[in-house]
Design a protein around this ligand. Structure first.
Ligand code: B4P
Length: 183
């Protein structure tokens, strides 16, 4: 059963790898960033609430993202596995997820931390050039990552769920390494 969580700084390759592995494994790719961007493009209430945070590189409030994830993981196609990309991003979200997975009888998740140096991720994101990929916003996203998300590495290591992977290789090399880990 594939239940995998991707952790890592913005631009580490979470979205890239999560999509590839979800296709290989035939499980849903659940990206909170993608769900939020879709809500934004459709101008839903959620999208309108999230916009100002995303534009500044801040995290969207936990409660909004938690509701989204609860709804998504409760759908039928998530019963047989999933790949989570971009969630959890705070210890509060991680505690919420642990309780949710227990409730849904979906425990047994593993966590991959993709490690990539700051200068490399900044270069990748500037090259991609999404709306929130300006240098100033990227720097803020990295600060938020260090303060809010990086503590999850120890959180999951303490629970013996963590594997670390060098994300500073070609996309194919990272995928190969991940395939071996989750085989
Ligand atoms: P995300 O959409 O999760 O954006 P991200 O952290 O930048 O990661 P992304 O997946 O896009 O980058 P990737 O490494 O795949 O979040 C955006 C915003 O949404 C957040 O700032 C926040 O406001 C909000 N949000 C989302 N989840 C939230 C939550 N749980 N709580 C609160 N707020 C939340 O790819 C980057 C680039 O690198 C690509 O161009 C790719 O082609 C390239 N690349 C990937 N791997 C590579 C490799 N090995 N070599 C070279 N290039 C590579």
């Amino acid at each position: 059963m594939t239940r995998l969580i991707f952790l890592g700084p913005p631009g580490a390759g979470k979205g890239t790898q999560a999509k590839t592995l979800a296709d290989h494994r035939h499980v849903p790719h659940v990206s909170t960033g993608d769900i939020l961007r879709e809500a934004l493009s459709k101008q839903t209430r959620l999208g309108l609430k999230a916009q100002s945070y995303m534009d500044k590189g801040e995290l969207v409030p936990d409660i909004l993202v938690q509701e989204m994830v609860q709804e998504r993981l409760s759908q039928l196609d998530a019963k047989h596995g999933w790949i989570l990309d971009g969630f959890p991003r705070t210890v509060k979200q991680a505690v919420f997820l642990e309780e949710l997975l227990e409730q849904l009888d979906q425990s047994g998740e593993r966590v991959v931390s993709l490690e990539v140096p700051d200068d490399v991720v900044v270069g990748r994101l500037l090259a991609r050039g999404r709306k929130d990929d300006s240098e100033e916003v990227i720097r803020r996203r990295l600060e938020v990552y260090r303060a809010e998300t990086a503590p999850l590495i120890d959180y999951y290591r303490d629970r013996q769920k963590l594997v670390t992977v060098n994300g500073n290789q070609s996309q194919e090399e990272v995928t190969d390494e991940l395939q071996k880990i989750i085989a």
